[in-house]
Ligand binder design. Sequence first.
Ligand SMILES: [Zn+2]
Length: 305
Amino acid sequence: MLRVVETQCAQCRTATSETVLADRLIRTLPENEVFGGKLRIVECNECGLRYLNPTPDVRDLGHIYDYDVYEDSTNNNPVLMEHFYRTLTRYVPKPQRLIEIGCGTGDFLAWLQSQGIPNVEGVEFADSANRVKYNGPLHVGRMEDIDLPDASYDVVLLLNVIEHLSDPQAVLVKIRRMLKPGGVLLLRHPNSDLFFFKPYWLCVEVPKYLMHRRLMKRGKRTGFTIAGFQNQHLFYFHRRAITRMLNSAGLHMQHFSTTDPYNRLRIGKSLKKGKPIEAGIAGVRHVLGSIGLGPECLSVATPQQ
Ligand SMILES: [Zn+2]
């Protein structure tokens, strides 16, 4: 059994006025069993931040990430890498020094190096991180505990990581210090505005749940047990909560979008293949993304003057 602890809002540091979200679903998830079924998703009535409370004990986080099939699933596909690169170079056309927090096996860093960014570095919590694919320093450990130089980076990447951190606010403050004047943070996280089906909370969790099942099978084949894939998310951000947290960390949001570059590609491809229904679905997803209801949020933030 893994341990849980009572926590408070990581942003306004209050422990009052919480609304329980998706209770029926999260209580019965197989991933919650290892925590004695105790994990709950709550919403702070002060600031709207959504988070797990009780949450996994930080002393057990190692167990949650302790599986050998861990790999960089988000960033090693060319469409997304291109999309991220184009977004960040709009603000920093020629980045010289870049760091990715939660770099996994470093696929995206290797790709960025091939685009001509001379100095790339990574931070990774999981110990499988020593199998990195890029040429540059790797800092192993929790971002909360690692020392990195001030005013040194043109770009900090935090892609699908902030929702895993024990203290996201402290990490954003640290990032603000690490950025050069004019440097940017590229930030991506799941969009908790898709919780509109509460109490069932379908949109965000079902794909991850399916992925978990697939990983479980893979784990069995390779002799590893995967514990709590689902519940490695400790926070569930939406636009209002992330804007507020960036501001209180001394960062200013320059760009926000939930569009997925795939959908536009899919419209064209499906039409070419003579599949108008698929093209229609991609079209609807594209429109939802452009009005803030895509599954992932991408934002760019710079240090406040
Ligand atoms: Zn709060």
